[in-house]
Design a protein around this ligand. Structure first.
Ligand code: AMP
Length: 191
């Protein structure tokens, strides 16, 4: 059976860290739209140049561009058994597109773990990450915009998935390995 997992959580909740750990533990590829955009940026592709204008401001790249990129990625052979989606979907339009896309693959979302972290902790983590990784979009102004975008565009998806009975809340303020253990357990149940 195919296992598509949608990892939800605000910027700084630890989605990337956890998706990488799940990738190893469950042998499912991590598909992170932010990473895909950053790879395009680095290789200076047309897609990268377009994405940069949005990413630099902390805004979302338009849905049709993002969805097309995800469709491409999920069509790769390594995603045949499923994937861990990290940072996608981020809008209700993207969520609808994902449902349609998976139905084309005769698949559906298995579970939507939500890594829950308090707002103050999130900002603190993002500022720290800015110092360590030097990500261009981890500055105070961009962090503020990304949080706003998360609350207005992405947070409504929590209700969308909850109504479908797919949402499982995970305490994201535990130690990294404890969060991984909770997530692994939740995903294994649906594999
Ligand atoms: P992330 O690494 O997930 O925090 O993403 C970094 C940036 O890439 C975001 O602030 C957006 O500009 C862009 N991005 C990543 N995923 C998406 C998405 N699903 N839809 C639109 N833009 C995205």
């Amino acid at each position: 059976m195919k296992t598509f997992v949608v990892l939800m959580g605000a910027p700084g909740a630890g989605k990337g860290t956890q998706a990488k750990k799940l990738e190893a533990a469950l042998n499912l590829p991590q598909v992170a739209t932010g990473d895909l955009f950053r790879a395009n940026l680095k290789n200076n592709t047309e897609l990268g140049q377009l994405a940069r204008t949005y990413m630099d401001k902390g805004e979302l790249v338009p849905d049709e561009v993002t969805v097309a990129m995800v469709r491409d990625r999920l069509s790769q052979p390594d995603c045949e058994q499923g994937a861990i989606l990290d940072g996608f979907p981020r809008t209700t339009a993207q969520a609808a597109a994902l449902d349609a896309l998976l139905s084309d693959f005769s698949a559906k979302i298995a579970v939507v773990p939500f890594i829950d972290v308090n707002q103050d902790v999130l900002v603190e983590r993002l500022v720290k990450r800015a110092e360590i990784e030097g990500r261009a979009d981890d500055n105070v102004e961009t962090i503020r915009v990304r949080m706003q975008v998360y609350h207005s565009e992405t947070a409504p998806l929590l209700d969308y998935y909850d109504e479908k009975g797919l949402l499982v809340k995970i305490n994201g303020e535990q130690a990294i390995d404890e969060v991984t253990a909770d997530l692994t357990q939740v995903v294994r149940k649906v594999m």
